[in-house]
Design a protein around this ligand. Structure first.
Ligand code: NAD
Length: 266
């Protein structure tokens, strides 16, 4: 399986290069960076301190998709959407790790999946996907007298908030409760907010240092509190999940898939 990496000089991009190099059955097809990136022309494996592989970082996404069986994209929403259109044209599978897509962008991504395999996850770790399942289950068992709050912390460079994972956990809780997240989500609180509205699902966002990704779902009742926590210690867990997804895409029918499909949770 030839795997291309978009955003290959980024934090996740570099981790993905390392992971593909270590994966049996996986081979680098090439890597793409933003036009004007100082890494244009660098050797792809050299970006992670490995022996040169002879593939130079390029800005030509179209050529990358043509050369790859699957492309992994951890960049920014507009970049990912442009690449999804190319993926549909070339029939190359696309694994999307980018977060912060709005509802319209997510709908566009799903539309493209009519023509090729798209696998999207706000979080590619096994642990978080289990946490989402547990959150859904607990939310279905506990009533509205248990207030649901989701707390996340990430490194200081993260640009979207709440994290895609926090929102996915909120969605899991909403599904468990049989409500629509958009109607109950309380994403920011500031000033004289008044008392908490029953049934809300609250979010709190912390940013600082080099935290890879911490998420806690709190069910706060009268006299007791249940907290489900996941902590990612290394970006390697996301990269392993994304590369596993790329391998899983081989021979799949076009469609929109998630990490739950890849893990066989559905
Ligand atoms: P980053 O800023 O370190 O890396 C993004 C890279 O994309 C940069 O190197 C940037 O130059 C590059 N880029 C920008 N425009 C481009 C273009 N047109 N073509 C090619 N490359 C381009 O960010 P990061 O920490 O690696 O995170 C990237 C995304 O992945 C974010 O949305 C983040 O939230 C998400 N993320 C998802 C998961 C998951 O499991 N789904 C895990 C970690 C991060």
């Amino acid at each position: 399986m030839k795997i291309g990496i978009v955003g290959c000089a980024g934090r996740m991009g570099r981790m993905l290069i390392e992971t593909v190099l270590q994966t049996d059955g996986g081979e680098l097809a090439g890597g793409c960076e933003a036009e004007g990136s100082p890494h244009q022309g660098d050797d792809l494996a050299g970006l992670v301190g490995a022996t040169a592989c002879g593939l130079a970082v390029t800005s030509d996404a179209r050529a990358l998709f043509a050369a790859a069986d699957a492309v992994i994209d951890f960049t920014a929403p507009a970049v990912t959407l442009a690449n999804a259109v190319i993926a549909a044209e070339t029939g190359t599978a696309l694994v999307v790790g980018t977060t912060g897509l709005d509802a319209g962008q997510t709908a566009q991504l799903r539309a493209v999946a009519e023509n090729t395999v798209i696998i999207q996850a706000a979080n590619f770790s096994i642990g978080v996907n289990l946490l989402a399942g547990l959150t859904r289950q607990v939310a279905s068992l506990l009533g509205e007298d248990y207030d649901i709050e989701i707390v996340e912390m990430h490194h200081k460079h993260k640009v979207d908030a709440p994290s895609g994972t926090a929102l996915a956990l909120g969605e899991a809780a909403a599904v468990g409760r049989g409500v629509v997240l958009d109607e109950v989500a309380e994403r920011t609180r500031d000033g004289h907010t008044g008392a908490r509205r029953a049934g809300d699902i609250g979010f709190a966002t912390l940013r600082g240092g080099d935290v890879v990704g911490d998420h806690t779902v709190i069910f706060a009742g009268e006299g007791e509190r249940l907290e489900l926590t996941h902590k990612a210690a290394s970006r390697a867990v996301f990269a392993r999940g994304a590369v596993r997804s790329a391998l899983w895409s081989a021979g799949r029918a076009p469609g929109f898939y998630t990490m739950r499909n890849v893990l066989g949770f559905d």
